[in-house]
Design a protein around this ligand. Structure first.
Ligand code: SF4
Length: 515
């Protein structure tokens, strides 16, 4: 199996000539998957299946995407460094990279902290590794990324698993050594006959003689059940936790994509209008694996968890029938559930649903492509409560068409519903989404703002003629303050007490969540 160089094409040398000498066993081995450290004093959620953001309340997000990528290389030497979970800084990570001397350095990146995330490239190149970046933001900006970061060799656009396997096998010429399951998965996803060249690896962005090349869009894996189960055992499961989630925790991806048309949704970038779900049996197998690894809480992740009612129903029946006691939570939209399904989910140990409600205005929801009704949200939260499932909800401040009135409707809805927790975030147009195109064509982007600032915690990157960026930021603060002080909340009760007790007010201001 010699190193493959495509005829008629100058292949870029992926490994520097000064690479340390490698033993024969090291050839075709040595992949390092990395979730980079967070900037000092912060914790970030980086995730292939959702937008990157600062973690709320010390959440440490399980890196299932790294585990899934690793699972495609069962015959190789693998390492995962989740620097976020292990609280490592860049100096620690660089020391690990020098010690491990990986052949491939595969890193997940987040938009707002891109420069920070790519700091490890220099150490990776020193160690002789080829460098690869992936993440939901990179697909529409891969060209820019490769131009700006000369130490970055490759970018994986779209679904990264098969693209990475094809890339590694193409560069190393090791495709004949693929385990049968991996070979079948790759052949089903990229039907071009082997041998491949760099220019036929689907979804790859790379350089040829200094010029950035974007290959054709990645093919989507036809059947998600053909993916091997993620290599969860490589992750520091005991470090993963959330605001209401006990460690060890894990993420299980139950589906990818959604046929919806919400203008702000990141699924447009990777999945467009496609949607695929895993079989209940395949998911259940993963749950059993996680249980055996000591996991106590699972977050079921999908763009739209209850997209396929039959899948969720049968998964819940399986969990109940097999007596699997594993707490889980999920996020979904309110108009894709019914009372019977929620009762079944509760029986299968679903503890919490985060409802992606976005707005309290029907008109705004329809304009944003969400096409949901506020009445459905009220109904779903009521059903969930009676089934014994606690409800969280997420809202977006500043969707197209937002006004003072619609903001008021959103805040009122959050206060009215029986929620254990509400989160509000600023609308962020991300490249590759319809919202991004609208923001560009209507000049909604704040002067000087770029896609790299896509952080929903602020500052606002857009403003409207009727609602400036500054007003959106103060609306976000107001939403949190009003929700925290709503009737029935602990803060609200303290606030009312303070109004009848001189001297309490100063203390309330100091400790109010929004102050
Ligand atoms: S329903 Fe959810 S997953 Fe589907 S497009 Fe809308 S926001 Fe995205």
């Amino acid at each position: 199996m010699g190193r493959f160089v495509a005829s008629g094409e100058t292949e870029r040398q992926p490994f520097p000539a000064e690479s340390p000498a490698r033993s024969p066993e090291e050839r075709c081995t040595g992949l390092l998957f990395i979730n980079p450290p967070s900037p000092e004093g912060e914790t970030w959620v980086r995730c292939q299946h959702r937008a990157a953001q600062r973690a709320p309340d010390g959440m440490v997000w399980p890196q299932v995407a790294l585990a899934q990528l690793a699972a495609l290389f069962p015959e190789r030497r693998l390492h995962v460094i989740d620097a976020n979970a292990r609280r490592l800084g860049w100096a620690d990570v660089e020391a690990e990279v020098r010690r491990l001397r990986p052949r491939w350095y595969v890193t997940q990146v987040a938009g707002p902290i891109l420069e920070h995330d790519l700091r490890g490239l220099a150490a990776a190149k020193e160690a002789g590794a080829a460098t690869v970046a992936f993440g939901p933001l990179v697909t529409p900006v891969a060209h820019e990324l490769l131009r700006r970061f000369p130490l970055l060799d490759y970018v994986l656009c779209g679904e990264p698993e098969v693209a990475l396997r094809e890339l590694v096998d193409t560069v190393e010429g090791c495709w004949e050594a693929r385990p049968p399951q991996i070979r079948a998965l790759c052949e089903a996803t990229t039907p071009e006959p082997w041998p491949h060249t760099l220019s036929t690896v689907p979804g790859l962005a790379w350089r040829r003689e200094g010029e950035v090349i974007l290959n054709r869009r990645p093919a989507l894996i036809p059947r998600l059940d053909d993916l091997p189960l993620p290599a969860h055992h490589l992750l520091p499961l005991g470090s993963y936790c959330g605001p209401a989630t006990q460690a060890p925790a894990a993420v299980v991806v139950t589906g990818r994509g959604c046929p919806g048309e919400c203008c702000f949704c990141l699924k447009h970038v990777t999945y467009r209008q496609t949607a695929r779900v895993r079989s209940p049996e395949h998911i259940f197998e993963e749950l059993l694996l996680l249980r055996s690894l000591g996991v106590r809480h699972v977050y079921m992740q999908a763009d739209l968890f209850t997209l396929c009612r039959d899948q969720v129903r049968d998964l819940c029946r399986l969990i109940v029938a097999e007596g699997l006691k594993l707490a889980w939570s999920c996020s979904t939209r309110a108009d894709t559930v019914d009372e019977e399904l929620l009762r079944l989910m509760a029986a299968a140990h679903c503890q919490r649903i985060t409802w992606a409600l976005e707005s309290g205005s029907d008109a705004l929801l329809w304009r944003a492509g969400k096409r949901a009704h506020v009445a459905d949200a009220e109904q779903a939260v009521t059903w969930a409560r009676s089934a014994g499932i606690s409800s969280w909800a997420s809202f977006i401040i500043g969707l197209p068409g937002e006004t003072g009135d619609t903001l008021r409707q959103t805040i009122n809805l959050a206060k009215r519903l029986s929620l254990e927790r509400a989160t509000f975030e600023l609308a962020v147009p991300r490249p590759g989404t319809p919202f991004w195109e609208q923001a560009l064509s209507h000049h909604w982007l704040r002067p000087g703002a770029s896609w790299r600032e896509a952080d929903p915690a602020g500052p606002a990157v857009i403003g409207y003629p009727q609602l400036s960026a500054a007003r959106l930021e103060s609306a976000l603060e107001r939403a949190y303050r009003e929700w925290a002080l709503r009737p029935g909340s602990a803060w609200g009760q303290l606030r009312r007490l303070s109004q009848s007790r001189p001297g309490w007010d100063l203390g309330m201001q100091m400790f109010s969540p929004a102050s």
